[in-house]
Design a protein around this ligand. Structure first.
Ligand code: SF4
Length: 459
């Protein structure tokens, strides 16, 4: 007997949207990677379902294409990923699917479901369920007809909404995701050394609680090292050559990082990779192992050039430590992508200028300047609502677009002008341009560099 079909959907959009579980935004430098929740679900559902994947962002698909895919009578359910940047449009598409297929089960996945899942189900009759933890087994059970409560889900029932328990285990595993169903040959990352590239997750949430970041609200749990290595081996066999470890912070625990690195080396996996790292937790041991195991770049949240701002938002690092750790990464020949935030409440022209100066003074490969957005689940959002800067129910924005916060300090226009200034003063340095051109090794590399450069300055 054939297995029931389930469609894992990354909904279409008018921009290159990245729905990245904890946050969603439009890609400004033509980079693109797959949604980590849909990847994990493809493996979790594979044994019992005919898993179909429609990433409608790349290659670009229309709502009509999605409706055509949903019309297949063999389809039992649609599970879509979403985020604050696209929630309205995604829900409107689900209304259309529901109108065409009243029999389908429809479930939403995204980090924001932890905060607004119940409310969304109350307000949107098209939705049958939301996922609170994509790494858990509740979805497969629900699709198989098991009665709620089910782990990691809120489900609509005739008797009302039923919320299942969340796992409290510190470690998790899941079957190897069906990367072959995703258009992985089209994913792009400016820092990637090789292609094809894709994303792997080794931990969820973050043990820190930076005031502007939602990851700390999810607790912290880690994926079994053997389970991670099993996925890396499968990816190597599939021909993937580059990995982005897309954990909020891959580098928290030295023992785990070393075990994963040692596993990559001992298995002889031909992979180059990058990861999100926490500068404070990066020590000499980790840096050395990471470099040996193929790590060429770390993406680190530097956030601000002002100790006052770092302290105010509980970022566990000082400007001096940032300088010292960045120098050690340079010494290990690991490149750095630095993330900065401009326009947090309390920001002054001086602190913003200090941030721009810090970005220029560090030897960074890439710098990303975003504007402060009051994401669901953050202390910044609580502050913004309490002070009346945003309405309590507001939840639609894109962190790479024009500021949404008017904090009484710097105005939105000033923050945006500072962000544009930061971009220009970082990227338009003759030395930086010369270094980038010197590093280009192929025609493809030149094309990516030109495309990234153009898109970086597009409004
Ligand atoms: S360390 Fe990074 S991922 Fe963790 S809460 Fe802070 S900004 Fe978020």
């Amino acid at each position: 007997m054939s297995k029931p079909a389930v469609l894992l959907l990354n909904p279409p959009g008018d921009k290159l949207y990245i729905r990245d579980y904890y946050c969603s935004f439009s890609s400004k430098a033509s980079y693109y990677w797959p949604p980590q929740d849909l990847l994990a679900l493809s493996g979790l559902l594979d044994a019992d379902f005919d898993v179909r994947v429609l990433d409608a962002i790349i290659p670009k698909r229309t709502p009509e294409d999605v409706l055509a895919a949903a019309a297949d009578p063999a389809l039992r359910a649609v599970v879509f990923t979403t985020g604050t940047a696209t929630l309205k449009g995604d829900l409107a598409l689900m209304d259309k699917i529901r109108a065409a297929r009243p029999d389908l089960k429809i479930a939403a996945s995204a980090g924001i479901m932890k905060f607004i899942g119940r409310e969304l189900l109350d307000r949107n009759v098209a939705l049958d369920a939301v996922l609170l933890d994509f790494s858990d087994s509740g979805l497969a059970a629900w699709l198989a007809g098991t009665e709620p409560p089910l782990r990691g889900m809120i489900i609509r029932t005739p008797a009302g909404l039923v919320e299942g328990p969340l796992s409290t285990a510190r470690e998790f595993s899941y079957p190897v995701p069906r990367h072959d169903l995703f258009p992985f040959r089209r994913y792009r990352l400016p820092i990637a050394r090789r292609f094809p590239f894709t994303v792997v997750v080794t931990s969820l949430g973050c043990p820190y609680h930076c005031g502007f970041c939602t990851a700390g609200a999810f607790g912290y749990k880690v994926r079994a090292v053997d389970n991670v290595l099993e996925e890396l081996k499968a990816l190597t066999a599939l021909g993937v050559r580059e990995i982005l470890f897309q954990d909020p912070t891959f580098t928290i625990a030295t023992k785990r990082v070393v075990e994963i690195c040692r596993g990559i080396i001992e298995a002889g996996l031909d992979l180059s990779w990058s990861c999100n790292a926490d500068l404070h937790a990066l020590d000499e041991d980790k840096m050395a192992w990471m470099k040996k195991a193929g790590c060429h770049t770390v993406s680190v949240g530097i956030e601000s050039g002002s100790d006052e701002m770092l302290t105010k938002y509980s970022k566990p690092i000082t400007v001096d430590e940032i300088r010292a750790k960045a120098a050690r990464l340079n010494a290990h020949k690991i490149k750095i992508l630095g993330y900065f935030i401009l326009g947090l409440p309390g920001e002054t022209r001086e602190s913003a200028e200090a941030t721009i100066a810090l970005a220029r003074s560090l030897k960074l490969d890439i710098a990303s300047f975003s504007v402060a957005t009051p994401d669901l689940g953050t202390r910044l959002r609580e502050e913004a609502v309490a002070k009346g800067w945003i309405p309590a129910g507001a939840s639609f924005w894109d962190s790479s677009e024009f500021p949404v916060l008017e904090t009484g300090g710097l105005g939105k226009e000033e923050i945006w002008a500072l962000r544009q200034k930061a971009m220009r003063s970082f990227y338009l340095r003759p030395l930086y341009i010369a270094r980038k051109l010197w590093e280009v090794r192929s025609l493809r590399g030149l094309q990516i560099l030109a495309s990234n450069a153009l898109s970086l300055f597009r409004k």
